[in-house]
Write a protein that binds this ligand. Structure first.
Ligand SMILES: [Zn+2]
Length: 287
C-alpha cells in the first residue's frame, strides 16, 4: 500500500494556511459511507481526510480498515488521507502505523500534561521515522465519554502554556484544541471561545484542529477557519445522515427491499452532508 506521506500532508496544510481553508475530515463506518465521502470530495475537487473511529477500528481490525480504505483511496481522483481518530493508547497508534495508516491521533488529553507530552513524543518518534503524521490534543472537548462528562466550566478551554509545551516537546504535527466545541450533538447553541482560538493561532505554528464539527453552523465554522483552524472533524453528522437515508427509504418503500437499493439511499443523504461540510471548510476546488 502506498501511503500519503507526512511531508505531503504537511504540504497540504501549508497550502490550507496560505489559502485560508480547512481540510475536511469525516468518520466512516463501512464501504458505503467511504464511497459517499470520496464521491462527494471528487465532485467538489476537495482533498479529504478519511477517519477511522476507535469503535470501527476495533470492529474491522486495523488491517481490514486499511485494506478497505485503500481500495477507495487508490482509485480516488483527489488526495485522500487515511487517519486513525482518537487513539487512547500508544500501542494502538504503533499498530495502526504498521498496518499502513497515513496519520494517527494520539489523544492523551485526559492525562496530566507531562504524561500527555511523554506519550505523544513516543508516538511521534515512531511515526516520523516511518513518514506518518501525528495529531495531538490539548484542553478538553466536551462529549459523552466518561472523562469528557466529568469536565466543568473553564475546564473545557485549553491552557496556552501547556499547549505550547506539548507542541515543542512532543514534536506533534497538528493540535486539536478545546475552545468550547463538543463531540456528538450540542445541547443548545455551541459557545465557542474565539479569544482562545486567536491566542492559539498567534502562538502555535502547526495546524489547529476543530473536533465536534456536527452542529456548528457554517457561519461559525467560517469564523473558526478565519481564526486559524485548518482541519475540521465531522463524525456524528456522517453517521446520522447515513442512517436517516436508510430509514427514509425503508419507511417509504417498506422493509422487503434489496440491500443495494437501501444503501444507495444512505449514500445519497451522506453525500449531501459531505458536500455542505466541504463548502463550509472552503475546500471546494482545492484538490
Ligand atoms: Zn474528536
Amino acid at each position: 500500500m502506498k501511503r500519503v506521506t507526512r511531508d505531503e500532508i504537511k504540504a497540504l496544510f501549508d497550502r490550507a494556511e496560505k489559502e485560508r481553508f480547512a481540510v475536511p475530515a469525516f468518520n466512516y463506518s463501512d464501504m458505503w459511507d467511504i464511497r459517499a465521502i470520496i464521491e462527494a470530495a471528487e465532485e467538489m475537487r476537495s482533498p479529504v481526510i478519511l477517519m477511522c473511529d476507535p469503535p470501527v477500528y476495533k470492529e474491522l481490525g486495523g488491517s481490514m480498515s486499511c485494506e478497505l480504505a485503500d481500495m477507495f483511496i487508490q482509485r480516488a481522483k483527489v488526495p485522500v488521507i487515511h487517519h486513525l481518530d482518537h487513539s487512547e493508547t500508544p500501542q494502538n497508534c504503533v499498530e495502526a502505523i504498521d498496518f499502513g495508516f497515513h496519520s494517527v491521533m494520539m489523544d492523551a488529553s485526559s492525562s496530566p500534561i507531562d504524561e500527555n507530552i511523554a506519550i505523544v513524543k513516543s508516538v511521534a518518534e515512531y511515526a516520523h521515522d516511518r513518514g506518518v503524521f501525528v495529531e495531538a490534543e490539548i484542553g478538553r472537548i466536551r462529549g459523552e465519554s466518561e472523562y469528557e462528562t466529568s469536565y466543568t466550566g473553564e475546564d473545557y478551554l485549553f491552557d496556552l502554556r501547556e499547549a505550547l509545551r506539548l507542541v515543542r516537546e512532543s514534536g506533534c504535527d497538528s493540535l486539536a484544541i478545546g475552545i468550547g466545541n463538543a463531540h456528538g450533538f450540542y445541547r443548545g447553541a455551541p459557545e465557542l471561545n474565539f479569544d482562545k482560538l486567536a491566542e492559539a493561532d498567534q502562538a502555535i505554528d502547526i495546524p489547529l484542529v476543530l473536533h465536534g464539527g456536527t452542529g456548528i453552523p457554517a457561519e461559525l465554522v467560517g469564523r473558526c477557519i478565519s481564526g486559524g483552524i485548518r482541519k475540521v472533524n465531522v463524525g456524528t453528522a456522517v453517521y446520522t445522515s447515513y442512517m436517516n437515508g436508510i430509514r427514509a427509504k425503508l419507511l417509504m418503500d417498506g422493509e422487503n427491499q434489496f440491500t443495494y437499493d437501501v444503501m444507495k439511499s444512505g449514500v445519497d443523504t451522506t453525500k449531501n452532508v459531505i458536500r455542505d461540510w466541504i463548502e463550509a471548510c472552503g475546500a471546494r476546488g482545492k484538490a
